[in-house]
Design a binder for this molecule. Structure first.
Ligand SMILES: [Zn+2]
Length: 130
């Protein structure tokens, strides 16, 4: 399954809109047998750009899922791609701390970690109910 998801993330990456950075990223979220893809989309107003991970997560949420099983991310980086802090926080909103996160690059390097390892001490909905 991991290799299939990496290939799906690689395909999603081809849909990136990156006229400014030229840095394509692809991501896929798996929920059961369903897979939701995302790529990074930039804007001339740079702050409005959106990461591949969040686009994939939001696509899954828009399809009615609020508990996602795993996410796979790929980019043209030297080592496994590293999700930004904002994406780690969004993962923590919709994924369990032990949910797998597969980080890959185009050279075949893969690291499997978890949401909790990427963002220990995440601010969660539980923090709002004190
Ligand atoms: Zn991000």
């Amino acid at each position: 399954m991991t290799e299939q998801l990496i290939q799906a993330a690689k395909e999603a990456r081809t849909h990136a809109y990156v006229p400014y950075s030229h840095f394509q990223v692809g991501a896929v979220v798996r929920v059961g047998d369903a897979v939701y893809a995302g790529a990074n989309i930039e804007n001339a107003s740079f702050g409005l750009s959106m990461c591949a991970e969040r686009n994939a997560i939001f696509a899954a949420v828009m399809a009615g899922h609020q508990q996602l099983d795993e996410i796979t991310v790929i980019g043209d980086t030297a080592g496994p791609i590293s999700p930004c802090g904002a994406c780690r926080q969004v993962m923590a909103e919709f994924m369990a701390p032990n949910a797998p996160v597969t980080l890959a690059n185009l050279h075949g390097t893969t690291q499997v970690t978890t949401v909790g390892e990427l963002l220990p001490g995440a601010f969660t909905k539980g923090d709002l109910n004190q």
